[in-house]
Write a protein that binds this ligand. Sequence first.
Ligand SMILES: *[C@@H]1O[C@H](CO)[C@@H](O)[C@H](O)[C@H]1NC(C)=O
Length: 121
Amino acid sequence: MARTNVVKFNWLALMICIALGAPILSMAALTCCQVKPTLEACKCFARNGGDSVPQDCCYEAMNLKNNIISSGKDTIAACHCIQEAASKIPDINATAFSIIPQSCGIRLPFNFRLGMNCDSL
Ligand SMILES: *[C@@H]1O[C@H](CO)[C@@H](O)[C@H](O)[C@H]1NC(C)=O
C-alpha cells in the first residue's frame, strides 16, 4: 500500500517535471527535479530527527543512488541539488539530515552535510 503511494507520488513529481520542461526523455544530465522525491520523503526526518529514518525516505534515497545517479557528473549535480534544497528547509536539523544515507545503509559518494563541497567529488 505505502509503496503504491510512493510510486504514484513519483509519477506526479515526474509529470510536474515534464510540465516544467525538464529534459528527462533525453539522456541529459540529472536535473534537480529528479532529486525532489528524495527530499520530499526525507524532509520531515531532516527537520525533526528521530530514532530511525522513515522507510519512504530510505527508499527514495536508494532510488536516487541506483536509478538516477549514473555518472560522476550526475553525482555532482545531485549533490548541488540536495544542498540547495536542504538550505531551503526551515529549521533543518543538520545532524539528522547528515545521517540519512548511512542510517539507510546507502553508500553515496557524498553525505548530506549542509556544508558539503560538491565540486570536489
Ligand atoms: C537532531 O537529530 C538528531 C538525530 O535524530 C537528534 O539526536 C537530535 O536530538 C536532534 N536535535 C534537535 C535540536 O532536534
